[in-house]
Structures are given as structure tokens and as C-alpha cells.
Design a protein around this ligand. Structure first.
Ligand SMILES: Nc1ncnc2c1ncn2[C@@H]1O[C@H](COP(=O)(O)OP(=O)(O)OP(=O)(O)O)[C@@H](O)[C@H]1O
Ligand SMILES: [Mg+2]
Length: 413
């Protein structure tokens, strides 16, 4: 089974040993001499799992490497090779880095470096379901790294704050922008996406698993595409279950994995979740790129968002949260909400009054039915932010400054 490629940008005297050891371990080491090489490599193949970079080299060049690794739609971890002195400085400066980036100090043995790479790969393949790390079934094949589309979830542990409304209308806006979008109803308790879109007799993932296995729990299929229902707008919809009593058929980690794999076939996946911290949701939190957190201007919704922020901190996905203020034009001011939750708002959706109800009654979205209304403009603005979103250049710059323990880039010459 093919193992992933590892990009290597190290000084000439270290490179050959590292290449040899990684090749012996069946990786495909690819030496890159400059950021242009890395750019070409990443454009031509999707199975680059880790990049080994020299943390002592030219800052501007490292920044370019780093930005390429963390471009929108991509999040390839960097293993930075540094001196013990640099590492001390970084620890002292509490340097901020990308979620999966790691350091390794000189002098090092290439064999030890190889095992660090193995550990990074294993960490990327784990889902935190609260019961400790669980290594996903399946091997680390080249296929596992060919992630393309963005995987977004919409979640707030409080009910009725607009998760489903935002998931559906965001997905519809992205379709209207020409994106191939999969909308997943992962609210296995009170999900109603299919009916609100006027889709009838939708075959759910649970239906398919039960059929395939004569009523018993079965394995999640390799691709979910045959299960998706097509809405007249062009939106593709997948419903996990239409009955809360049937969810025993779903293996949460396998479901989260299958949704993750659908990145290969869609530009964007939008997942609507039930308001709880159950195993399925936590498996999805582990896989998703971003979690849009709708909050309405009222104390219970704000409290729930604060709780989510704290839980996310504890489970290690705090940096995935993005606040979406719903019904933004009523009640508490946006600045107060941002202060309370401790996050700045990513987008705002105004109150739509009866337009949402009318659209749902017709099995359509407000984007479809009322494209000229201001609320549709809000959803389009959210969609535009989402598309340009996964990792803004500035965030990448801030990260690498953190990696190097610097506040501002130091330019030479
Ligand atoms: N911006 C808005 N303007 C007007 N009504 C809205 C808006 N957002 C949501 N609503 C209405 O609020 C109600 C709850 O919204 P929605 O079902 O999207 O919330 P939810 O967070 O998914 O709830 P649950 O947790 O129960 O799944 C719905 O009737 C919806 O039409
Ligand atoms: Mg909902």
C-alpha cells in the first residue's frame, strides 16, 4: 500500500540521510529546494502528508513554505527542525503555531526523525471522542491524504438558534456561486432538512446500512454519493437518519470518516448537527475544518456559546470555531455579544421574519425564493467569507511568526 509523500526542505548535508531513512520506511521523500518547488509539488499531488522544514533558515522563505502548506483548503503539518536555543526561545515566547505543527531539535538522528513523522501521521488519523485517542480503521494509504473540499459544520449546543437555517441557506448560496455542495443532515434526533427542502422519501444512511445488513448494523459505504438526494437548486443532500431510534446503526467515527472522504467529490460539505456533545458530534468536530457557531442575541444562546468555547478549548478544537450572529438586528449589540463570547463575529444574518417560513412551506430556501431580499445578501456574504476562509494569509503569517517566536518578520538586505 502506497504511503504518503513527505516534502523535505533541509540543508544539503542533512538531506540525504533523511531521504534514505524515509525511503526505507516506504515513504516517498520529495526534496524541495525553494518555495516554488513546494508549490509545484502541492499542485501536482494531494498525498503530501508532512513537510520537514529548517526552522533556522531565512524567515521570508520559511513564511512562503508555511503559507503554501496552510493555504485555503489545505492544512499540511510542518515539522520544524530547530536548535535547542531556538526551541527554548519559542517555549519562552509561548509561540503559536498551526494545530498540527511540531518541532524537532538538532542534533538529531534521521531514524528518530522518521519516528516523529510516523507519530504525526497517526495523530492526524485520530478522532477525539472523549474516550482517548482512537486510531481510525484503515491504513495510511496515499488516498487518505487527497483531501480537497472544505468540511464545515454548524453547531451550538443550544436549540433553536438557527443552525439548520444557516446550514441550508449557506449551502444554497454556495450552490448559487457555482460550487458543488453536499449538505449533511447529521441531526439524527430532530433533523428536518429533507422535509424543509420538500424532498420526499429520502433514503438515509441508516436505511442503506440496515438494508445491506438485513437489519443489523453495517459498515459505512466507501462513498456516500449514491445516497445523496438532489434538490432542484442543485444542492445535494445526505440525511443520516430519519429516526432517533435507529442511530445504533451508525458507527460515529466511521460516519465522520465517510463525510471526510466526500471532500474528494465536493467543493464544500456543510454539516448540520444536533445540539449535544454526543460521540457523533465529537467525531465530526475532530474531522471538520471549521465550526460555524450561530448565536442569537439572548442570554441562553450566548451562555451556550461560551460553554462551547470552553469545551472546544478542552478538546483541542477551539481554533475551528467561528461565530455567526443570527437575527443580528435585534436585542443585544454585536460588540456586547463578541465580548461575552470572547470571539469576534465571522458573519451576521439579519432577522428574516416570515420569509424563512414561506420558503420552508414551499420546500425552497430564501436564497432561491427571495434572492433580492437583504437576508439572502447576508447568506451570500457568509458564503463568500467561507469560500475564502479556511486559512487567511494573515493567520498563516501570525502562525509562522509564532513558530519563530517573532512578533514581526525580520527582513535582511
Ligand atoms: N435569521 C432568522 N430570521 C427569522 N427567523 C429565523 C432566523 N433564523 C432562524 N429562524 C427561525 O428560528 C427557528 C429555529 O431555527 P433553526 O431550526 O434553524 O434552529 P436550530 O438551531 O437548527 O434548532 P435545533 O437546535 O432545534 O435544531 C426556525 O423557525 C427558523 O425559521
Ligand atoms: Mg436544527
Amino acid at each position: 500500500m502506497a504511503r504518503p509523500a513527505i516534502a523535505i526542505a533541509l540543508p544539503g548535508d542533512e538531506q540525504p540521510h533523511v531521504v534514505d531513512v524515509l525511503r526505507e520506511a516506504d515513504f516517498e521523500p520529495v526534496v524541495v529546494g525553494c518555495p516554488g518547488d513546494l508549490e509545484a509539488l502541492l499542485a501536482s499531488r494531494h498525498d503530501v502528508a508532512v513537510a520537514i522544514l529548517d526552522g533556522e533558515s531565512d524567515f521570508d522563505e520559511s513564511l512562503e513554505y508555511y503559507e503554501l502548506l496552510h493555504e485555503p483548503g489545505r492544512d499540511i503539518p510542518a515539522l520544524m527542525i530547530v536548535s535547542p536555543r531556538t526551541l527554548d526561545r519559542l517555549v519562552g515566547a509561548a509561540g503559536r503555531s498551526g494545530a498540527h505543527d511540531e518541532y524537532f531539535t538538532r542534533p538529531y538522528s534521521p531514524e528518530a526523525l522518521r519516528w516523529r513523522v510516523e507519530a504525526m501521521l497517526i495523530r492526524q488519523m485520530t478522532v477525539d471522542d472523549g474516550s482517548g485517542a482512537v486510531i481510525q480503521s484503515g491504513s495510511l494509504s496515499a488516498d487518505d491524504w487527497s483531501r480537497r473540499g472544505a468540511f464545515l459544520s454548524v453547531f451550538n449546543p443550544k436549540g433553536g438558534v438557527g443552525k439548520t437555517t444557516i446550514a441550508v441557506n449557506l449551502a444554497a448560496s454556495l450552490v448559487a456561486m457555482g460550487r458543488k455542495v453536499l449538505l449533511v443532515d447529521a441531526d439524527t434526533v430532530t433533523g428536518h432538512i429533507a422535509s424543509s427542502l420538500g424532498l420526499e422519501n429520502v433514503r438515509t444512511l441508516v436505511d442503506s446500512l440496515a438494508e445491506a445488513n438485513d437489519g443489523g448494523p453495517g459498515a459505512v459505504p466507501e462513498t456516500l454519493e449514491e445516497l445523496v438526494a438532489a434538490h432542484s437548486s442543485g444542492l445535494k443532500v445526505l440525511v443520516l437518519s430519519s429516526s432517533p431510534l435507529m442511530t445504533g446503526h451508525l458507527d460515529p467515527a466511521a460516519v465522520a470518516d465517510a463525510i471526510d472522504r466526500a471532500r474528494r467529490s465536493f467543493d464544500v460539505i456543510v454539516v448540520d448537527l444536533h445540539p449535544d456533545y454526543d460521540v457523533l458530534n465529537r467525531a465530526i468536530f475532530g474531522r471538520t475544518d471549521r465550526i460555524l457557531v450561530p448565536v442569537t442575541p439572548d442570554v441562553p444562546a450566548l451562555r451556550a456559546a461560551v460553554q462551547l468555547r470552553d469545551v472546544a478549548e478542552e478538546l483541542g478544537f477551539r481554533d475551528k470555531l467561528a461565530l455567526v450572529i443570527n437575527r443580528a438586528n435585534s436585542g443585544v449589540s454585536v460588540a456586547d455579544m463578541e465580548r461575552t463570547v470572547g470571539m469576534s463575529s465571522f458573519a451576521m444574518i439579519r432577522s428574516a421574519g416570515l420569509q424563512l417560513v414561506k420558503a420552508a412551506n414551499e420546500g425552497r430556501t430564501v436564497i432561491d425564493l427571495f434572492p433580492a431580499e437583504k437576508v439572502s445578501g447576508d447568506f451570500r456574504a457568509l458564503a463568500e467569507r467561507v469560500v475564502g476562509m479556511p486559512r487567511a494569509k494573515e493567520a498563516a503569517r501570525a502562525s509562522i511568526r509564532g513558530l519563530f517566536g517573532r512578533k514581526e518578520p525580520v527582513r535582511t538586505g
